[in-house]
Design a protein. Sequence first.
Length: 217
Amino acid sequence: MAFQAFSIALSYLLGAVPFGLIFTKALSRVDVRTVGSGNIGATNVLRAAGKKAAVLTLLADALKGYLPVLIVNALFHDDSVTMLAGAAAILGHNFPVYLRFKGGKGVATGYGIMLAVSPWIGLACLLAWLLAACIWRYSSLSALVSFALYPLLTFAAASPASRPEELLSLFLFGGAAISDFILALLIGIVVGTYSSIFVASPVVALWRGEKMTEVKR
C-alpha cells in the first residue's frame, strides 16, 4: 500500500515538471510565463520560442502522462491505482509544486494518459482535436471538443469492470476543459435554456482560448 502511494506521489512530481518553461528558457532565454497567455503548455511555447521548443514540450508533456500509467500498471496490475497515477500526473501539470501551483491545462499530458489507457480511444480524440484545430485554429476549443468526446467513447465501450477508467475520463475532461464548460453553464442558467449551454461552450473557448497562428519563427 505504501509503495502504491509512493508511486502515485512520484506520478504527481513527474507531472509537475514544467517542460514548457525549461525548453523555452533553454532555447530562447525567454520565460514563457511572460508571453501571450502565460501558459506553460505547447501552444504558448510555440508563440514564445518557436516550433522546436513547442514540439519538445508537446512530447515531454505527453510522456508525463503516458509513462506513469504504463509503469504503475506494469507494477501493480490494479486499474484503480493506475487511474490514480494518471490523475496525479494531470494534477501535477495543472498545479505544479515547482511553480507555486500555477501550471498548464493538462491537454498534452491528458492525451498521453489516454493513449496509455485506451490507445484507440486516444487516437480518436487526437483526430478530433486535429480536425477541430484545422477548422477553428483555437487550441482551447479543440481540446474542449476532443476531451468531451473522451468520456462519451469511454462510457460507450465500458465493461462492468471499467469504472476506474470511466471516472478518469471524466476527471481528464474536467482538468482540461471544465473551466470553460462551467462558465458556459452559468451563461445557460442566466439565459434559462439548456441549448444555450451548447452554443456558449465554443464561444467561451474561443474567447478564452489561445489562437494557433501567432508563432515565433
